[in-house]
Design a protein around this ligand. Structure first.
Ligand code: ADP
Length: 318
């Protein structure tokens, strides 16, 4: 099976505590503990596969139980995992989730921070041959730049989920993305860092379409920007010359009505489903991919967890 989606990014062993409320500084509280797979890269690869795409995940793993967990789960979910063997431990995440589904996360990057450009260079045929290549920023920025540049050269469509918000990035990196997918916090951070626009992340969803569109254009020039707005849904902004099959340069899609159990990984669900739809139906209007991803991400919040909460349905099912 040739891979139509390649996801480049992180794998973490997540340690999750479900608590009544998030712990305040200095507090000791009790929570219900569980452990499982995570990392934005892995979560997005699981989502892409469950949304129907032949998927390969490129990552770095330690020679430890976490590395074995990643390989086992990828095999179970039916996607390829190609890993750089790292001397560092496999990445870890510590996650608190409160009774309202809000979360606070600490990441131990470990092997993820050592994913090398040399390894990515070795994967050139895979990246160049993919339909869509998706990356995030939990790996070294130069490695992600190399992956997107190789993908572009080969004719793959590139998607960058510029997350987390405090990760280093550059205008050069953003321009390597055909589609950029920040959430509100990441969008505000990118605007502040790269184009000197100071906006409050909490106000992003309330901005009118024309203002949001102008900010998106300022940030990337001619790429498409999809700003995910949590429970509000999604905002899409295209360059006038590259509407990706859409009829409007900018529009909103409202979120699905769902019973939220846990929003951890909602952005990952959205990104994985978006690229899966793009790869499986390259002729469809971009709005169709966005609607599918919005539906998929909404349903992912109905179950607890990130990777384990990804639903199983494809664009052909809706
Ligand atoms: P992140 O997880 O990166 O913070 P968002 O919170 O923006 O990302 O969520 C990503 C997407 O998941 C949203 O654009 C939407 O499609 C879906 N989603 C998130 N929260 C909800 C919700 N409460 N109800 C319905 N859909 C949601």
């Amino acid at each position: 099976m040739s891979s139509s989606v390649v996801v480049v990014g992180s794998f973490n062993v997540d340690h999750v505590w479900r608590c009544e409320s998030l712990p305040a500084p200095g507090a000791t509280i009790a929570g219900r503990y569980s452990t499982g797979p995570g990392g934005k890269g892995f979560n997005q690869a699981v989502a892409a596969r469950r949304a129907g795409a032949a998927t390969t995940f490129l990552c770095a793993l330690g020679d430890d139980a976490g590395g074995a967990m990643a390989r086992g789960l990828a095999a179970q979910d039916g996607f390829e995992l190609t890993a750089e063997a790292s001397a560092e431990p496999t990445g870890t995440g510590g996650i608190y989730v409160d009774a309202r589904g809000r979360n606070t996360i600490v990441i131990g990057p470990g092997a993820n921070a050592a994913l090398s450009t040399a390894f990515i260079e070795q994967q050139r045929p895979l990246l160049a041959g993919a339909k869509v290549v998706l990356a995030q920023l939990e790996s070294p920025v130069e490695t992600i730049e190399a992956a997107l540049a190789i993908a572009r050269e080969g004719g793959a469509t590139t998607v960058l989920n510029a997350a987390p918000a405090d990760a280093p990035s550059s205008i050069g990196l953003l321009k390597l993305a055909d589609v950029l997918t920040p959430n509100e916090t990441e969008f505000a951070a990118l605007l502040g860092r790269h184009v000197g626009e100071r906006i409050d992340a909490d106000n992003v969803a309330a901005l009118d379409g024309a203002s949001l569109h102008a900010l998106c254009r300022k940030l990337v020039g001619n790429g498409t920007v999809v700003v995910t707005l949590g429970a509000v849904g999604v905002f899409v902004s295209h360059d006038e010359d590259t509407l990706r099959g859409d009829t409007q340069p900018y529009y909103r899609v409202g979120a699905e009505q769902v019973q939220v159990a846990d929003t951890t990984g909602a952005g990952d669900a959205f990104n994985g489903a978006l690229v899966a739809s793009m790869a499986q139906d390259p002729g469809a209007a971009f709005a169709r991919h966005v609607r599918f991803a919005n539906q998929f991400a909404g349903r992912s919040t109905e179950k607890e967890g990130a990777a384990v909460a990804m639903p199983h349905f494809t664009p052909a099912d809706v």
